[in-house]
Ligand binder design. Structure first.
Ligand code: CP
Ligand code: NVA
Length: 298
């Protein structure tokens, strides 16, 4: 495994290996293998970030490397220099790249033209690092993701939902996408998903029934701000609140990749009740991503 570009491109056993390494690394941060010693890694971000930026900067350093943050707006990329040129320049100077941007193709192109390990830190298509940390959190809560039922509620066509869909297909656990028709995964995308582990419903009550982990994400993903009013209106019935949770299993956990918009996709009450799980997800970004970087340079 040379890059982490998507969950789509991972095999089930590769995911399992990363998760088991992430659990090991979490046990003792001070004992992190110094596999990035002498290496320079760049974070190239053209979208905002708190968790991803901090966890990668800390993670690179804990593995013995040095991290440099490059805002897309500050480097020539923001003035139109092609990604393939940026990639060829950086490939001659640095040892790894972590990229957050809009088009998935940009991350793919960077990996090909730079020749250095490249990690997708969120694109419009996928958020693979998030889902690895989420699976780690599910393993911690339930012992294993095996046999667990997960539901993603809200914008079922967003990057986080798509990465969940691929995770379900690759690992074989049951995933329910609960979303109104307007925000269900696109048919051409679903046509690419192997197996029958993913189902889609437009009924919020049905979506949470018998589910172990109920997941939501912001209704207005980065880049979709112009659709804000319409999205909030259509997605309102999909809020995770006390009423909806009455129909869920009493021991169901609620997950959120953060940042959360209280009063929109989740109420303050539910977020605070589930803060233990939700902030474990955030912390696990560090451990899961360190496991990814170790795997890429092995
Ligand atoms: N969940 C997540 O990726 O958070 P940031 O946008 O803050 O990095
Ligand atoms: N779907 C969200 C995830 C943020 C971490 C977005 O793309 O903005």
């Amino acid at each position: 495994m040379k890059h982490l570009l998507s969950i789509e491109q991972l095999q089930g056993d590769e995911i399992e290996k990363i998760l088991s390494l992430a659990a090991e690394l979490k046990k003792d941060r001070k004992a992190s293998p110094q596999v990035l010693s002498g290496q320079q890694w760049a974070l190239i971000f053209t979208k905002s970030s708190t968790r991803t930026r901090v966890s990668f900067e800390v993670g690179v350093r804990e593995l013995g490397g040095q991290a440099m943050f490059l805002s897309g707006a500050d480097i020539q990329l923001g003035r139109g220099e092609p990604i393939k040129d940026t990639a060829r320049v950086m490939g001659r100077m640095i040892h790894g790249a972590i990229i957050r941007t809009f088009a998935q193709q940009d991350v793919v192109d960077f990996s090909q033209y730079s020749g250095i390990p490249t990690i997708n830190a969120l694109t419009d298509d996928e958020h693979p690092c998030q889902i690895l940390a989420d699976l780690q959190t599910i393993n911690e809560r339930f012992g294993s993701w095996k046999g667990r039922r997960v539901a993603f509620l809200g914008d079922g066509d967003c990057n986080v939902a798509r990465s969940w869909i691929w995770a379900s297909a690759r690992l074989g656990f049951e995933l329910v996408i609960g979303a109104p028709k307007e925000f269900q995964p696109a048919a051409d995308f679903m046509a690419r998903i192997p197996g029958k582990t993913v189902s889609i419903t437009d009924d919020p009550k049905a979506a949470v029934e018998g589910i172990d982990a109920i997941y939501t994400d912001v209704w207005v993903s980065m880049g979709k701000e112009a659709e804000s009013t319409e999205r909030i209106e259509i997605l309102r019935p999909w809020q995770i609140n006390a009423g909806l949770m009455k129909g869920a299993k009493s021991d169901a956990i609620v997950m959120h990749c953060l940042p959360a918009y209280r009063g929109k996709e989740i109420t303050d009450e539910i977020l605070e009740q589930q803060a233990g799980v939700i902030f474990d997800q955030a912390e696990n970004r560090l451990h899961a991503q360190k496991a990814v970087m170790v795997t890429l340079v092995e």
